[in-house]
Design a protein around this ligand. Structure first.
Ligand code: LLP
Length: 416
């Protein structure tokens, strides 16, 4: 459930603010987030596992706007990061470094150093050379680095191949068969302390079974390590819970948690960590765009809108379908449109074959755009990135200003 609904005058609102008013005030394309929705989604995870020690570490990559991070930090959220950039954002937004887990296959020494200085909760290590590097950096700083190994449980997440990460031939994690051996290595390195085990099998999962299969495999490993004298304090199951873009029916956090908790009865002290990104942010945001022109050809109708693949690349990159709805619906006969942007690429589309009744100047809202939306935006075609606003009841906060054109080349130089 989200807080983008048709209300008075049949207009689409974000909480207590009409979207048309936001478009008027801030221009389009515009990302609009709902604070109440973000909070609701975060709490759904937090409450679902209330009976188990736990930490919800929001995956910063889904939407790293400082306003978004700050809203979650105020709830006591932890954060899953994959770069120093994301770490610095968490700090800038008032997040607690002691609640940060650091994922990613390519952490540099400098990133490790900064994270150790700030005292993060855990490094989710993905390879043996990474263990060696972290041990060295920790030694140089005279500290002990807390680590978890990301295990690749080799389960099929049954999602898009680009966002499936738990299969044997993915670049992520440590092969299940080698896990004990690599844990032994980690345990033997003097500047590392083994604290956890993690996995992340993919994104936009719409079934519980792959999560439970992965959990079962990991718990078997936890037992095996215990017998070797290696204690696992937390189990981090990553993110990946899907959302409804059209008619998917992903499990609710509560259903997912219920199935999991059933598996954890014999592990009352094991801290459970989730790294949800999409499930918290996707349906807490829309992308507002304006129809610039309607173009009717013999074969197709095009609505040329002012948002493009540089603003929202998911449709182009993953053939992802996102709902597109009028902000102020008009009466009349609908026509089937391809909604395309101004960028010079055939792949520049936001949606295809959508039945809509449109006129030039109309406002449209692209739904489910709060996750992997703005964060994946680029400046292709020298287009300034959109502004972002956060609605909180009747209040509106500009959480990112629209880029200016001059900013786009401010780091560039002409040859002398
Ligand atoms: N933890 C790790 C280690 C991850 O790699 C990811 C996402 C997450 C957590 C969060 O997953 P989520 O709960 O959001 O599914 N750009 C793609 C999605 C890429 C996901 C990458 N990893 C998209 O727009 O669909």
């Amino acid at each position: 459930m989200d807080h983008f609904n048709y209300q008075q005058n049949d207009q689409l609102w974000a909480e207590d603010v009409p979207l048309a008013q936001l478009a008027e005030q801030y221009g389009t394309p515009l990302y609009v987030y709902s604070r109440a929705t973000l909070e609701r989604h975060w709490k759904a995870f937090d409450e679902a596992v209330a009976t188990q020690p736990h930490l919800i570490c929001y995956a910063v990559k889904a939407n790293s706007n400082l306003g978004v991070l700050n809203v979650l930090a105020r709830l006591g959220s932890g954060f899953d990061i994959v770069s120093q950039g994301e770490l610095e954002r968490v700090i800038a937004a008032g997040g607690d470094p002691a609640k940060v887990v650091f994922s990613g296959v390519g952490k540099t020494s400098a990133e490790m150093k900064r994270a150790l200085e700030l005292g993060i909760k855990c490094f989710n290590v993905e390879s043996e050379p990474e263990l060696e590097r972290l041990n060295l950096v920790a030694e140089q700083l005279g500290v002990i680095a807390p680590i978890s190994l990301r295990i690749n449980p080799d389960v099929d997440a049954k999602t898009h191949p680009y966002i499936s990460t738990g299969l044997r031939d993915n670049k992520f994690g440590i092969a299940f068969e080698r896990a004990v051996e690599v844990y032994r290595l980690a345990h033997s390195l003097p500047h590392l302390k083994v604290v956890g085990m993690d996995c992340h099998i993919g994104s936009q999962l719409t079934e519980i079974t792959p999560f439970i299969d992965a959990t079962d495999r990991l718990l078997a490993l936890v037992d095996e390590l215990k017998a070797e004298g290696i204690a696992i304090e937390h189990l981090d199951l990553g993110g990946g819970l899907g959302v409804t873009y059209s008619d998917e029916q992903p499990p609710l956090p509560a259903d997912y948690a219920k199935a999991l908790l059933g598996r954890l009865e014999n592990y009352p002290e094991l801290e459970l960590i989730f790294e949800p990104g999409r499930a918290i942010a996707a349906n807490a945001g829309v992308l507002l765009t304006k129809v610039e022109f309607l173009k009717h050809t013999e074969h197709k109708n095009f609505a040329i809108v002012d948002a493009a693949m540089n603003d929202l690349i998911r449709p182009t990159l993953y053939s992802a379908w996102q709902g597109i709805v009028p902000v102020i619906p008009r009466q009349g006969e609908a026509q089937v449109y391809d909604l395309v942007g101004p960028i010079c690429e055939t792949g520049d589309f936001i949606g295809k074959d959508r039945s809509l009744c449109l006129a030039q100047g109309d406002l449209l809202a692209v739904r489910s755009a709060g996750a992997y939306g703005f964060v994946m935006a680029s400046n292709y075609n020298t287009r300034a990135r959109a502004a972002e606003v956060m609605v909180d009841g009747e209040q509106v906060h500009l959480v990112r200003e629209r880029e200016t054109l001059a900013q786009l080349w401010q780091l560039e130089h002409i040859v002398e």
